[in-house]
Design a protein around this ligand. Structure first.
Ligand code: HH2
Length: 265
């Protein structure tokens, strides 16, 4: 089994669903990123736009203003840097500032030219499934078979990226937990994550603190969803995920280290 790769979340936003506003100030964001690296993050994922359900998005200049100075100041840390954006201009500036991964929750649908940028830069990319767009994705999402539909989507986006010149080995895939899914859809995707892993590319999962964990535990707020986060990440590891996008790096790293040691006996 591959050792689990921990992707620590640094949200430089006023409105992210679990930590909005905490790291909007660049000094706080840099200190938070350094803390996550000290806790064992292999990758820092920096985002300047919330994609929480119902959100409208921010103009490119604002996203750049939030995230690029933080990225520049984190460029020396001993973790890879990922830019969480759907925008070509933000990805370009992020790569120039030291990012080596582009995490696009639209999987190159919103700005298809992003694929060519990634191809030319030699960066890795994360392509994620989302039903539509953040503003409307939670309006009664429906699938016949959520796993096979997400899998087909990811295969199609992988094909698009490769056709645009991104080497297949640079593409990671993500089922997009919480992005146009009910609680039952999220659970089904986690339960059958091996079917997504069967595509043959590294699988990224992001369950951290998400709403379905609150719903399943009697309405726990974001700050009390770490046990659910750990449970889902451990199960995802067992079903073939390799990259774990989380806010609570130290705790999830310990849980995954123990789980990985158990599974590799
Ligand atoms: N989830 C969020 C954002 N980016 N990227 C990937 N690849 N996978 C995910 O599951 C994922 C993601 C949402 O979480 P967060 O960044 O904490 O919230 P917000 O979008 O409100 O900033």
């Amino acid at each position: 089994m591959q050792p689990p790769v921990i992707m620590g979340v640094v949200n430089v936003t006023p409105d992210s669903f679990s930590d909005g506003g905490l790291f909007l100030d660049a000094d706080n964001a840099v200190a938070h990123g350094e803390r996550l690296v000290a806790e064992g993050a292999d990758i820092l994922d920096l985002g300047g736009e919330s994609t929480r359900p119902g959100s409208d998005g921010v103009p490119e200049e604002e996203e750049l203003r939030r995230v690029i100075p933080v990225l520049e100041r984190l460029a020396g840390v001993s973790a890879r840097l990922s830019i969480d954006t759907t925008k070509l201009g933000v990805a370009r500036a992020g790569l120039a500032a030291g990012a080596t991964i582009v995490n696009d929750v639209s999987a190159f649908r919103f700005e298809p030219e992003l694929a060519g940028l990634v191809a030319g830069s030699g960066a890795d990319c994360v392509l994620m499934h989302m039903l539509g767009e953040p503003r409307t994705m939670q309006d009664d999402p429906k699938y016949d078979d959520v796993v096979s539909e997400v899998k087909s989507f990811l295969e199609e986006r992988l094909g698009f990226a490769v056709a645009e010149g991104v080497p297949e080995e640079r593409v990671w895939l993500d089922p997009g937990i919480g992005f146009g899914k009910t609680t039952e859809h999220n659970l089904e995707l986690l339960r059958r994550l091996d079917e997504i892993a069967a595509i043959g590319r590294p699988v990224v999962v992001g369950t951290s603190r998400k709403g379905f964990l609150g719903k399943l535990t009697g309405g726990r707020p974001e700050s009390e969803r770490l046990p659910g986060t750990i449970a889902t990440n451990v199960l995802a590891l067992e079903r073939g995920a390799t990259v774990f996008r989380v806010h609570d790096v130290a705790q999830v790293r310990d849980a995954l280290t123990v789980a990985a040691a158990t599974l590799s006996q």
